[in-house]
Every structure is written in structure tokens, then in C-alpha cells.
Write a protein that binds this ligand. Structure first.
Ligand code: NAP
Length: 432
């Protein structure tokens, strides 16, 4: 029998468990740990609440979760309730699938001001992550600036733009729905330090911005490169740039209660304000060898809300080697130390789609299979259960989660799939 502990119950965690089952069948026992009492990581608290079809992938993880040899062990924080070394003693292999839950810092003067958030915090707020549910961003100003030209920036700009009616069928949490319904934001500036040919936004997600009830995307035609140059782009990016061209053609005349303005060649240089943010200082850039270089021309955009969507970092765990520069665990193709591995964003950083994590999960299991003969046969889950009992750790099981899930569905507003609990104690109470 092989005993595997996976830390993190998001996509990378569940694909790794699926791969372990395929590799060893009945000869493996997998425990999937999560610090929250609820599973699925970014599927629950990262994927936008108005993208329910993407969240449907959790049904596949549930199949894995319900098989006899896989267990969900929720409400256990590795590094606090139990150490990595203890887990390494108990299991044959420990796989860190902890994602990248921390914001990359802007590292600009004024980035500590109130009203300046990273996307982990802001997305966590509208998605009901217990850590960020109390964020309470001030939406009473007229202008918001979203920094970055990736899909997270698009999510944030779209969520800030939608009417209450457009959230029908979503699982946006009640506190965010109410706050957004009262929002006074009428101008959203999406700031990119490089140009239209360097955006990270994918076509389907960017196209959505052109179909909002009261918001219109605006692109300055002068920012767009010669159309002949689009032919050199890879097909996905070319489609995204075509959306930008459409926005440039139609944006100016289209009526808009809310304007979503793309500001290209614009690098943030500082946040200005007394106690809370009042403006962002920006430097015009030009592209040299693919990089944004400042031109020395500065301007300010008045803003009362700034959301930096510039990427994420993995949270370090005591005793696990960490690559500070890259913001993830130090690893060689998933291997960290003997018996200790990482997978998904914790291995490669925050890139790719949910599906990218599947081959990643299979690859790390292959590495473990190669290394396995060198491992002792450890106690696995029986050993963990003894330790949890001795320490009084209140483990939340998958059956408990199903009760929490039922309770969330039962209290959903009409047409919504669920109203999430946003507080760990509430979640635990809801398991009955
Ligand atoms: P991302 O795609 O890497 O985009 C980050 C953006 O931030 C880039 O435009 C980058 O510009 C910019 N940036 C980085 N550092 C900056 C700085 N210091 N100042 C100004 N701009 C800066 O990251 P993401 O949007 O966080 O997305 C993470 C991953 O999740 C991606 O793979 C994304 O596709 C995925 N995701 C997918 C969906 C979906 O499919 N619906 C939704 C959300 C997220 P440069 O290019 O110049 O560095």
C-alpha cells in the first residue's frame, strides 16, 4: 500500500489524486488536506462567480473524492496543526498543491494606502474567501483602476461593471452583490504596461466585455499596431487583438453608463493620497525588445479604488525550500526533497488554465512512482488520525462538506446555485 498526502484540494490536488488512482488502483490511499473546511480551492474562490460552467469541473473532482481510497481532510493547516516533517514521516509521499494564494506585491510608493488591493484579496472578497470576506472595499468613488492585462484583470473589470440582474445565476456572495449594486464607479481604467500585442487576455473572456448591459469597452485606435502585424501573432492572441480592434471601432459612439478604458503603454509608478488612495501616477512606456521602457512622460489618473491583477505567489511553508524570486517552492520538475513534491501553481507559478493542472498531476505521480522503491512503507492515514485525535484537530470530512454544500444551496437567493458561508466557524456549524 502506498500512502500519499496531497496538500490543497484545488484542481492540482484533485488531478494528482486522480493520477494516483490511475497509477496504483486499490494499492494507494490518498489524503487530500485543505486548511478550509470546504474543497476545490480556486474553483470555489478564484473562478469568477458569473462563470458557473467553468466551476462545473468540480463534479469531476467529486468523483475522485467519493472513491474509497481518496479522503478529504478539511480544516487542517499544514505548518500549524501538523508540520511538513510529521507528514513526511507518516506518508510515503507528500505533494504540495497549495497554489499561489498570495498577491505579488506592486512594490510602489503608496501601495499600502487604503483602497489599494491585490487581486487575491479583491477576488477573494467577491467570491467569499473567509480570509478576505471582510475587505469591504469603498465603491463610492467614480473611477477604479485595474492594473494588468490578464484574465484576472478582465474578471475584476467585468464584476465591477455588471448590474445586479447580470449576476442572476451566479454565486457571487450576498455582501459583494449588495456592495456592487450600490457602486458609484462609472469609469474603469485597465492599465497595461505594454501594448495590445502583449496582452495575456484570452479571446473568449475578452469578448465577454463587449456584451455587458451598461458597460462599454473603449480602446484608443492610435494604440493599435498596423493590422498587417496581427498576422504574426499566435491564433489565440490574434483573436484577442481582433476584439480590441472591434472595441476601438465601436466604443466611442456606444452608450455607456460605465466606460471600461484600456490604457496601453502605461506603467504604474506610485499611488497618491492621504491615508487612502486618491490617484495613481503612471508613466508612458514604449516597447524595446519586448519590454516596457519608461519614456519620462508622467500623468495621474484620479482613482478611489486600485486593484492590482499582476500575478500571485505561493505561500511559504516552514521547512520547505522556497524560491523567493519566482514566488514558488524550489523544485526540480516537482521534486523538492525526498518524499516531498509540488504540483500546479505551487510548482510552476500562476499560469495556464485549470486543465493545465491535469498533465501536471500525472507528471508528479510519475516522478513519485519512479522514486517509490526508495520509500519506507509508512503508516499513512491511520497515523494521521492518531495524531489528529491526540491534538484535538477538528477534521472536516467530505461527508461534512456535502452537508455544508446542502446548507449553502438551501439558503441561496432565487436562481443562484448557492449562498456561500464566508466564515470558517459558520461552515463548521453548517455540517450539523
Ligand atoms: P497574467 O495572465 O500573468 O497577467 C498578469 C498581467 O499583469 C500582465 O498583463 C502583466 O504584464 C501585468 N503585470 C505584471 N507585473 C506588473 C507590474 N509590476 N506592473 C504592471 N503590470 C504588471 O496573470 P493573471 O491575470 O493573474 O492570471 C493568472 C492565470 O490564471 C493565467 O494563466 C490566466 O489565464 C488564468 N485565469 C484564467 C481565467 C479564465 O480562463 N477565465 C480567469 C482568471 C485567470 P506583462 O505581460 O507586461 O508582464
Amino acid at each position: 500500500m502506498r500512502h500519499i498526502a496531497i496538500i490543497g484540494s484545488g484542481p492540482a490536488g484533485y488531478y494528482t489524486a486522480e493520477a494516483a488512482q490511475k497509477q496504483w488502483g486499490d494499492d494507494v490511499r490518498v489524503d487530500i488536506f485543505d486548511r478550509l473546511p470546504v474543497p476545490y480551492g480556486l474553483i470555489r474562490t478564484g473562478v469568477a462567480p458569473d462563470h458557473q460552467s467553468i466551476k462545473g469541473v468540480s463534479r469531476r473532482y467529486e468523483q475522485t473524492a467519493l472513491s474509497d481510497n481518496v479522503r478529504f481532510v478539511g480544516n487542517v493547516t499544514i505548518g500549524e496543526d501538523v508540520s511538513i516533517d510529521e507528514l513526511r514521516d507518516l506518508y510515503d509521499a507528500v505533494v504540495l498543491a497549495t497554489g499561489a494564494p498570495r498577491d505579488r506585491g506592486l512594490d510602489l510608493p503608496g501601495d499600502h494606502l487604503r483602497g489599494v488591493y491585490g487581486s487575491a484579496a479583491f477576488v477573494g472578497w467577491y467570491n467569499g474567501h473567509p480570509e478576505f470576506a471582510a475587505l469591504d472595499p469603498d465603491l463610492s468613488g467614480e473611477t477604479a483602476v485595474v492594473i494588468g492585462m490578464g484574465n484576472v484583470a478582465l474578471d475584476v473589470a467585468r464584476i465591477l461593471s455588471k448590474t445586479r440582474e447580470e449576476f442572476a445565476g451566479s454565486d457571487i456572495v450576498g455582501h459583494a452583490l449588495d456592495a456592487l449594486a450600490g457602486s458609484k464607479i462609472r469609469r474603469i481604467v485597465v492599465l497595461g504596461r505594454r501594448g495590445p500585442h502583449q496582452i495575456m487576455m484570452t479571446p473568449k473572456e475578452l469578448g465577454e466585455l463587449g456584451h455587458l448591459a451598461r458597460a462599454t469597452p473603449r480602446v484608443d485606435p492610435a494604440d493599435l499596431p498596423d493590422i498587417a502585424e496581427d498576422a504574426l501573432l499566435e491564433p489565440g492572441l490574434r483573436k484577442s487583438v481582433t476584439h480590441l480592434r472591434n472595441f476601438a471601432e465601436h466604443g466611442e459612439d456606444a452608450p455607456a453608463d460605465i466606460a471600461v478604458e484600456f490604457d496601453f503603454f502605461a506603467a504604474p509608478r506610485g499611488l497618491l493620497g492621504q491615508g487612502r488612495v486618491e490617484a495613481i501616477e503612471v508613466e508612458r512606456t514604449r516597447i524595446e525588445a519586448g519590454r516596457a521602457v519608461g519614456t519620462g512622460e508622467f500623468y495621474e489618473i484620479p482613482a478611489s479604488l486600485v486593484v492590482a491583477c499582476i500575478g500571485y505567489r505561493t505561500a511559504p511553508i516552514p521547512g520547505v525550500p522556497f524560491d523567493e524570486r519566482a514566488g514558488r517552492f524550489a523544485n526540480d520538475e516537482g521534486r523538492i526533497l525526498p518524499g516531498l513534491y509540488c504540483v500546479g501553481w505551487a510548482r510552476r507559478g500562476p499560469s495556464g488554465t485549470i486543465g493545465t493542472n491535469r498533465p501536471d498531476g500525472f507528471a508528479v505521480i510519475e516522478k513519485i512512482a519512479e522514486d517509490m522503491p526508495a520509500f519506507a512503507h509508512n503508516q499513512g492515514r491511520a497515523g494521521f488520525d492518531a495524531l489528529a485525535a491526540a491534538r484535538g484537530i477538528d477534521v472536516v470530512t467530505f461527508r461534512d462538506w456535502k452537508r455544508i454544500e446542502e446548507a449553502e444551496a438551501a439558503r441561496a437567493r432565487e436562481g443562484a446555485p448557492r449562498e456561500k458561508f464566508v466564515d470558517v466557524a459558520e461552515m463548521i456549524r453548517a455540517r450539523g
